[in-house]
Write a protein that binds this ligand. Structure first.
Ligand SMILES: Nc1ncnc2c1ncn2[C@@H]1O[C@H](COP(=O)(O)OP(=O)(O)O)[C@@H](O)[C@H]1O
Ligand SMILES: [Mg+2]
Length: 354
């Protein structure tokens, strides 16, 4: 087990900078998720930790060792890929044992490790089969098992669940979370799926265009997104974002006039954010008039898309059966649930502590 430390880790392919300089310490035993849209540099960063990509500049340490120049095999990491990368002609047992045999481990010790991993992953009954005789979920378990038997310092996982259907993805997500609790080894996990990131991570590293946008625990990032990009990327359904300006303690956009928390500084062009689940229904006619356009029944909750003061808004509330398109309802913007961002930079504006 070990801490992983990235210092100004940068990667350029010719003139194209894929990763602009990442500073990050992954604590011993921590589950860190790299999250961001396709092409933002997640895999490149992970592959630099693995040693599968050379760094252009910067330093990578695992524990007390500087591993920047070490071969992948000397870093004591294990990687799990999206496409499983199993040997099709070997049995599951041999797939699990292969890496250990290559390291000339004692066959008795190999057997102990393979049986233990097979047990943890529910693969005991499949050890004699070939990969093509398994389902996608079982193959992904074998890929995890192959990493597990290595007993590495760090697990690196690159979109390991992307090839699975939605239902199985949720199940495997739970298994990975349980596995992390059982083995307690640091995991670095790449995904573009913010729900996976929110549910699995101790901390999320949100990336965009090779730049780290924010690092924080899932609920920290949800509660206080550092900029507009993070605000829009984290949370489903997406945060409502309204362009307007700050004027005398209010946010003004068209005919909307929303009271801001005491201590909100300055004025000027800004973007107001409020999550669909934080817009409150108002029963006493004091709210803003919201016109219902589209109703999506999710079961326990109702998502409603409509307009208030000329702005398109999404509202997520506990199930309502009675709404219909065209209807007007009152909504409130609770001051403590508002997010403000500077329009020019997109950076979060903090209300001064009263
Ligand atoms: N071998 C390569 N040669 C040139 N450009 C690359 C190479 N690998 C990745 N890139 C570029 O680096 C950027 C980051 O890629 P990647 O880390 O794979 O993104 P992600 O995993 O977040 O989708 C992309 O713009 C991609 O096109
Ligand atoms: Mg990738």
């Amino acid at each position: 087990m070990a801490e992983i430390r990235l210092e100004q880790v940068r990667k350029a392919y010719g003139g194209v900078v894929a990763v602009h300089g990442v500073d990050l310490t992954i604590r011993d035993g921590e589950f860190v998720v790299f999250l961001g849209p396709s092409g933002c540099g997640k895999s490149t960063t992970l592959r630099m930790i693995a040693g599968l990509e050379e760094v252009t500049s910067g330093t990578i340490r695992i524990g007390s060792r500087d591993v920047t120049e070490l071969e992948p095999k000397d870093r004591n990491i294990a990687m799990v890929f999206q496409n499983y990368a199993l040997y099709p002609h070997k049995t599951i047992y041999d797939n699990l044992a292969f890496g250990l045999r290559m390291r000339k481990m004692d066959p008795a010790e190999i057997d102990v490790r393979v049986q233990k991993a097979a047990h943890m992953l529910g693969l005991e009954d499949y050890l004699a089969r070939k990969p093509k005789q398994l389902s996608g979920g079982q193959m992904q378990r074998v890929a995890l098992g192959r990493a597990l038997v290595r007993e590495p310092d760090v697990f690196l996982l690159d979109e390991p669940l992307s090839n699975l259907d939605a239902k199985l993805r949720v199940r495997m997500r739970e298994e990975i979370a349980r596995l992390h609790q059982d083995v307690g080894t640091s995991m670095v996990y790449v995904t573009h799926d913010q729900v996976e990131a929110m549910t699995l991570a101790n901390r999320i590293v949100i990336m965009r265009d090779g730049h780290v946008q924010q690092i924080g625990a899932p609920l920290e990032v949800y509660d206080r997104p550092a900029n507009l990009f993070v605000a829009g990327f984290i949370g489903s359904p997406e945060m409502n974002l309204i362009e307007g300006r700050i004027e005398g303690g209010h946010f003004v956009a068209g005919s909307l006039r929303i009271g801001l928390p005491a201590g909100t500084s300055a004025g000027g062009e800004a973007v107001l954010g409020i999550r669909p689940e934080h817009l409150a229904l108002s029963n006493d006619n004091n709210g803003v008039a919201f016109t219902v356009r589209v109703i999506e029944q999710l079961g326990a909750q109702t998502l409603c898309i409509g307009e208030a003061g000329g702005e398109r808004l999404r509202i997520l509330v506990d199930r309502v059966d009675s709404w219909s398109p065209g209807q007007s309802i009152g909504v409130r913007f609770p001051a403590t649930k508002l997010h403000l961002f500077a329009k020019s930079s997109g950076q979060r504006i903090e209300a001064a502590k009263p």
